[in-house]
Design a protein around this ligand. Structure first.
Ligand code: ZN
Ligand code: ZN
Length: 424
């Protein structure tokens, strides 16, 4: 599984992971995956003066907008960031997929479906002190795959053991109980734990992956969102004060997907296909579906259509989906995989992406809108949520500054830039 990892024998060697070479950090390298931080959250908080540290990073370090991996969901992007590679390489293209051979759905949220080694595994096997902290525990299991060192989640901070997580008594270290899974503190706890461990354990690489709970609930200019941005900013200031290089990217953006009256703006593609092509002739998979997350009703901007009835004319079905006003793009498998760097064996027959502001669902009966608790649906998954901030506390060297100008950066370039791209 980790064949691609070349072991460095001395700390001054570079570490090779998935064909990319990473220089050994000369000072702690902290990468924050700011979950759901659409560039609009940075812009709104900047306009209100809530994020002085991030503003300073923008002016004195490096800032641009990058593109996330597709679909613009949490798991594929966190895994892309820690592998430095797109889903075609590591295999994780959603929370679950339909196995076309067996007809069974298979979860992709833990380490088992990953086909590539991580930067953490590479560095920790080469002797570096690597620490990974996530908001959700499921993600921790995937990201910690193959690495040695400390890896835990805020969600399960109260049950960490030396044996499994490389650390115990995390709640004592942070000075408060494990946060509720549906709270802004889930993210702030990740950052506070990171600060404490940067102070006490001197990691070479520290990865802090937050939760998008706040962004699903609040628009960028809402007071709760601005407060959250200010709280995050204060903690970034602390990380910098401790001498770290800090890189910040998001896994995806976030958009309002509601109608003017506040109801979710959803196309239930499964219901529509049942009507147009016969019940059960197709199956719609919503890869955002997550039994551990409840704030989006399993609705996002990207779904996969599987054609189960052999008698259906694929071209006709594709044309019919493309003609729907809610649909921005519908691509047959091979084209979707080529364009979005996706693994073919986990893709449906047709990948469907909604226009900005529209969510795609399977059948209405499959989605529990009570999860939204009457709030506007805000979600992600499509091309409209692919733009993410790409921010580094320190200035780039000439090579990387030129590269950043000439090519479209991806969020999974962040470790390359933080480890290889800075002025010495
Ligand atoms: Zn996310
Ligand atoms: Zn989300």
């Amino acid at each position: 599984m980790h064949d691609s990892l070349a072991k460095a024998t001395r700390p001054d060697d570079a570490v090779l992971v998935n064909g990319r070479s990473y220089a050994w950090p000369t000072r702690p390298a902290v990468v924050i995956c700011f979950d759901g931080c659409d560039p609009a959250y940075i812009a709104a908080a900047k306009a209100k003066g809530c994020i002085p540290t991030i503003e300073r990073m923008m002016s004195q370090g490096f800032f641009t907008e990058a593109l996330s991996a597709m679909p613009s969901f949490t798991n594929p992007n966190n895994v892309s960031i820690v592998c430095g590679a797109p889903p075609a390489v590591h295999g994780v293209s959603g929370n679950f997929y339909l196995d076309r051979q067996t007809g069974e759905t298979v979860m992709m949220t833990d380490a088992e479906p990953m086909r590539a080694g991580t930067i953490f595994a590479g560095f920790s096997q080469a002797g570096a002190n690597v620490i990974a902290i996530t908001a959700k525990d499921k993600l921790r299991k995937a990201l910690a795959s193959g690495m040695t060192g400390i890896a835990f989640s805020a969600e399960k901070a109260d049950v960490c053991t030396q044996e499994e997580h490389g650390i115990d008594k995390v709640t004592e270290l942070v000075g408060r109980p494990a946060p509720h899974s549906y709270s802004a503190d889930l993210s702030l706890f990740v950052l506070d734990a990171g600060i404490k461990l940067l102070e006490t354990r001197k990691p070479d690489i520290l990865y802090l992956s937050l939760s998008d709970y706040v962004q699903h609930k609040h628009a960028p200019d809402a007071p709760d969102a601005l407060d959250f941005m200010a709280e995050v900013d204060r903690r970034v200031e602390r990380l910098l004060h401790l001498g770290a290089v800090v890189g910040i990217v998001a896994d995806h953006g976030m958009n309002d997907m509601s109608r003017a009256d506040g109801s979710p703006n959803v196309l239930y593609l499964g219901d529509w296909l049942d009507q147009a092509f016969g019940a059960g002739a197709t199956r719609v998979i919503c890869p955002i579906t997550d039994p551990f997350v409840r704030h989006h009703g399993a609705l996002g901007g990207f779904v996969r259509v599987h054609i189960l009835d052999d008698g259906i004319d694929h071209a006709k079905l594709l044309a019919a989906i493309r003609a729907l006003p809610e649909v921005e793009i519908a691509l047959p498998r091979a084209e979707a995989c080529a364009r979005f760097e996706l693994p073919e064996d986990r893709e449906g027959d047709i990948a469907v992406i909604a226009h900005k502001g529209v969510a795609l669902g399977a059948r209405a009966a499959d989605h529990d809108l009570k999860q939204l608790a009457g709030e506007r649906l805000r979600s992600h998954g499509g091309l409209a949520e692919q733009k993410v901030p790409f921010l580094i506390s320190h200035a780039l060297n000439e090579d990387y500054a030129r590269g950043a100008n000439e090519m479209q950066l991806r969020n999974f370039d962040i470790f390359d830039f933080v480890l290889n791209g800075l002025r010495t």
